[in-house]
Write a protein that binds this ligand. Structure first.
Ligand SMILES: *[C@@H]1O[C@H](CO)[C@@H](O)[C@H](O)[C@H]1NC(C)=O
Ligand SMILES: *[C@@H]1O[C@H](CO)[C@@H](O)[C@H](O)[C@H]1NC(C)=O
Length: 378
């Protein structure tokens, strides 16, 4: 059986009665899972996806959701070799992720000859032309603004046995499994066991409960993905993914968090069930730049999502948290007002947020400490 296992965890500080169950055992051994993730028969339509899953930060699995993607059937080793053998791919040395970034760049053809017998793991940005001919965009992302926010597609390919660190991503993620087996685990950003930003240094195969105290009592969710299933992982959910089997192949879609659903876009949407991704998702620098700017818009305004308007009052509420990743919070508000406050009332309403000229958002790049998408391994 090919499957993905996910462990979704909310960290809870351990109380007086800590039992160090799971000490020096694989993550998830400390207690039973809270339950299984929601399983759906099909991708929700874009509006439902936005309301019920993106905004509510609710992960789910779509059973057989990947089987409609042509690559699911097409991407045999033989096909990949004959059609894409000349491409230079990127692979990590070592199937157990350590974030050391030991990379090699064999051709697809060379990779295919060696992966069954090597400790290597292809983590490769899918080229928009060529390989994207074999992909379609999951139904949930076809309109409403998701496509404008689509940042990155990555191919994960190995002979199984990969183990990622426990980490979260700063953007939303749909991962589709074409072949093989994987496992994963998750934890909460707000907890102090998370080191180095978006990932934990804990050894997920052997959790030291003496050092990682906050792991002693973390509730977690269990998700199993069989071959052909897709999984939605909202940003901020910590997880690890472990793969098993002898051929493991997945492609994931990373898209910046959508703040508002664009109904208009759905009225004008002509993406059909069989429209190849390469037709709707361009590699040209201008489109890439636009999508990057949408990601900045999302990062800039997401902290205020519950505020009626963005003004000094709401900004002060946000400031404490903002200090972690914004160099000059006050300057940040002034910049926002300068660019987006079109009616000059010292507040930015949500209409202004989305009309704020996207090109100007690049002015904010300098105010962020580090806003690059972390290519976190699933
Ligand atoms: C792959 O890399 C080699 C060596 O760096 C280069 O000469 C070749 O043009 C690259 N091929 C492709 C398809 O990018
Ligand atoms: C900011 O907006 C809120 C309404 O969301 C309002 O109550 C508050 O007075 C405003 N603050 C300032 C400084 O204008």
């Amino acid at each position: 059986m090919c499957f993905l296992e996910f462990y979704f965890i909310l960290a809870i500080i351990c109380g007086f009665n800590c039992e160090y169950a799971g000490h020096n055992k694989p993550f998830g051994s400390h207690q039973d899972p809270v339950g299984k993730l929601i399983e759906l028969d099909d991708f929700p339509d874009p509006g439902t996806f936005f309301d019920d899953y993106v905004i509510d930060s609710q992960p789910f699995i779509v059973k057989k959701g990947a089987t409609k993607i042509p690559a699911f059937k097409l991407w045999t080793d033989e096909y990949l070799k004959s059609k894409y053998g000349f491409l230079n791919v990127t692979a990590e040395i070592g199937k157990k992720e350590d974030r050391a970034e030991n990379l090699i760049n064999p051709t697809m053809s060379v990779y295919l000859d060696m992966y069954k017998n090597s400790d290597i793991y292809m983590v490769y940005d899918v080229p928009r032309i060529m390989m994207a001919d074999d992909l379609i965009i999951p139904k949930s992302l076809r309109c409403g603004g998701f496509l404008r926010n689509l940042q990155l597609l990555v191919m994960w390919f190995s002979s199984g046995g990969t183990k990622s660190v426990l980490h979260s991503d700063s953007i939303d993620n749909i991962n589709c499994l074409f072949d093989g087996e994987l496992k994963s685990q998750v934890e909460d950003e707000s907890n102090n066991w998370v080191k180095n930003g978006a990932y934990s240094k804990v050894d997920v195969e052997r959790v030291d409960m003496n050092i990682y105290e906050n792991f002693r009592n973390i509730p977690w969710w269990h998700a199993i993905m069989e071959k052909g299933d897709c999984l939605f992982i909202p940003k901020g959910w910590y997880h690890t993914v472990w793969s098993t089997g002898n051929r493991n192949l997945a492609v994931n879609f990373w898209f910046a968090h959508l703040l508002r659903f664009d109904d208009e876009d759905c009225n004008n949407n002509f993406i059909k069930d069989d429209t190849p991704l390469s037709k709707v998702y361009s590699d040209d620098p201008k489109s890439q730049r636009q999508r990057k700017l949408e990601e900045y818009r999302s990062s800039l305004f997401e902290p205020f999502i519950h505020a009626e308007v963005i003004n000094e009052t709401h900004f002060d509420e946000f400031m404490e948290e903002a200090k972690q990743y914004i160099k000059e919070p006050r300057e940040y508000l002034n910049e926002l007002l300068k660019i987006c406050d079109t009616n000059h009332d010292s507040a930015i309403d949500w209409e202004e947020v989305f009309q704020c000229p996207i090109e100007n958002i690049k002015n904010f790049e300098l105010l962020f400490e580090d806003t690059e998408i972390k290519r976190d391994e699933l």
